[in-house]
Design a protein around this ligand. Sequence first.
Ligand SMILES: [Zn+2]
Length: 283
Amino acid sequence: MIESSKIKELIKKYHENKLSHAFLFVTNDLNKCRKDIKEFIKQISCPQNYQENCEECNLCYQIENNIIPNIKEIYPEGQLIKKNQILELKDAFKAKPLYITNNIYIINNAEKLNSSSANTMLKFLEEPEANILGFFLTNNKEAMLETIKSRCQIINIRYENQSLLEELNSTAEEIVLFQKLGSSYLLKIINKEENGIYLNKKVLLPNLPDRLSVNKFFNYLYLISNEIINQKNIPKEFAFLENMELKKLISLQKALYNVLERIAFNVNIELLLDNFVLEMEKI
Ligand SMILES: [Zn+2]
């Protein structure tokens, strides 16, 4: 299923014959955006009546698995997208598309194009009649070369619901720790089962060795509170928060947010955590 409504709209444009031939997608989630683009390509190319996850047809299978010669995908090699990668692409697209209407390329992390590889691209971008459709993807618009930007239709796509892992840049191991530690910590503080200041000293701080991990931990709890407020799926460990009234949830989120805001400054961590506990006592 295509997640982004902006990519769904392109299907309509395609059928109206109003599609641009080069797009720059600026997104916070490259992976989801790339998946949406692949889905878009399937929907406009499928020779059958395209159905969700078109299992029926050979072409959709080939598109999904990158084995159709008309579709090329480029990733940076090391820190750069190199000129010879673009030359290879040009070579492959000399032939008219066979199985689908357009030759299609996807450039992942397009900000990694340097001026020499980008210059090699320009011919594609300037000959819309060549049956070539191009998708550039980036999460860093500022770093994109002007020569490419100015020749593309720019579409900004923000995906919600990034997985917590991606959002926090944490390891799976860290998330498991945050889940266990965070749920029991909040439960005890909310139910006033144990003295929060004692918990900070004896439980939290020994498990969170530095400022960065305290920061990630509170970020995690903040994201969880967000998911609950938005009635999304949350780890079962935090199910006790689902019964909390909304007003209290919002106060909890505010207290978490205050920690995150202050942690950026050079405040004493223990003091910061104790302040959090005091704030929690008021809700
Ligand atoms: Zn199909």
